[in-house]
Design a protein around this ligand. Structure first.
Ligand SMILES: Nc1ncnc2c1ncn2[C@@H]1O[C@H](COP(=O)(O)OP(=O)(O)OP(=O)(O)O)[C@@H](O)[C@H]1O
Length: 282
């Protein structure tokens, strides 16, 4: 599926949150959405899900305008999965099982279909069946976040929106969750829109990055192009470089040579930087 916005703007009372945003989201990609606090990232992803009824501009999915009600307000797009920034805002059932079964029941899935989906999804998000009878408040923050993601995956969305899904997780849980999500995205050519302030994660997992600033979309780049070639833009917008890229720049400066890397991913940078550092040629 292809999602297209043309000249989309959003106002909250007197505040302009999104200004004339035009973009195309192609399927099968991990696309990160970055920008400083208040840049318009959450507003942008809410527009895609159809959570903000009052939106100026055009929105098409596969070249079809998305439905509006009689007052011209956008409707929620059911095929898009949306995981909220705070899982406690999303999980309201009395057990993990009920949480996972909630949306499928609403859509008329049989008990057998629900059980089959739960058996498939739990390992995909790294959760054990032993958690099914527990109440959400009995879970750790990381487990609750996985339940929130699992409940959205139960409806098998082609596009999954994650608004800062790793906030508050320790580094090991964060890496585990991101790897699970990457695996899910790469199966079946799915799409992830990942709102994040964590530049290391953005550099490591994304295919593309959209950069927001003061409500404007300032660029939509291949990840390595952004972090290796658009460093002045990032500095101007007050956004930091991922740590591996900072290391690359430091070694380039000390050695006085330009180092060609395959991508901005950590391992690709280490592979090139380590031999130069090791031979003390910088
Ligand atoms: N419900 C609302 N009512 C009024 N103003 C809002 C509302 N939601 C967001 N805004 C304003 O719109 C602008 C964009 O907010 P948005 O939440 O999209 O930014 P963001 O880039 O996601 O920020 P953060 O990284 O802090 O989550 C901000 O100035 C914010 O204060």
């Amino acid at each position: 599926m292809v999602y297209q916005l043309n000249n989309v703007s959003v106002h909250y009372a007197n505040q302009v949150a999104l200004q004339n945003v035009s973009c195309t989201i192609q399927e099968g990609k991990w696309i990160s959405v970055i920008g400083q606090t208040g840049a318009g990232k959450s507003t942008f992803v809410k527009v895609l899900k159809g959570l903000l009824p009052s939106v100026d501009g055009d929105y098409w999915i596969d070249q079809e305008p998305i439905p509006r009600d009689a007052k011209g307000q956008l409707k929620v797009v059911p095929d898009i999965g949306y995981v909220f920034q705070y899982p406690e805002h999303q999980c309201f059932e009395t057990s993990v099982y009920k949480e996972l079964a909630f949306a499928p029941k609403l859509h008329g899935y049989s008990q057998q279909q629900i059980t089959k989906s739960i058996e498939k999804i739990l390992p995909q998000v790294g959760l054990s069946e032993e958690l099914l009878p527990l109440a959400p408040f009995q879970l750790s923050g990381g487990q609750l976040r996985r339940v929130a993601i699992a409940s959205v995956l139960m409806m098998d969305p082609k596009l999954l929106i994650l608004d800062e899904p790793t906030a508050g997780l320790d580094p090991v849980s964060r890496t585990a969750l991101l790897q699970l999500l990457k695996h899910w995205q790469q199966q079946d050519n799915r799409t992830i829109l990942f709102v994040s302030h964590q530049m290391n994660d953005v550099a490591e997992y994304s295919d593309e990055v959209m950069v927001f600033h003061e409500g404007y979309l300032r660029g939509h780049y291949a990840t390595s192009t952004l972090f290796l070639e658009q460093t002045q833009l990032l500095a101007k917008l007050g956004l930091s470089l991922p740590e591996p890229v900072q290391l690359l720049k430091l070694v380039e400066e000390l050695s006085g040579q330009k180092i060609k890397v395959a991508s901005c991913r950590e391992q690709d940078i280490i592979d090139k930087v380590w031999p130069i550092w090791h031979t003390r040629s910088c």
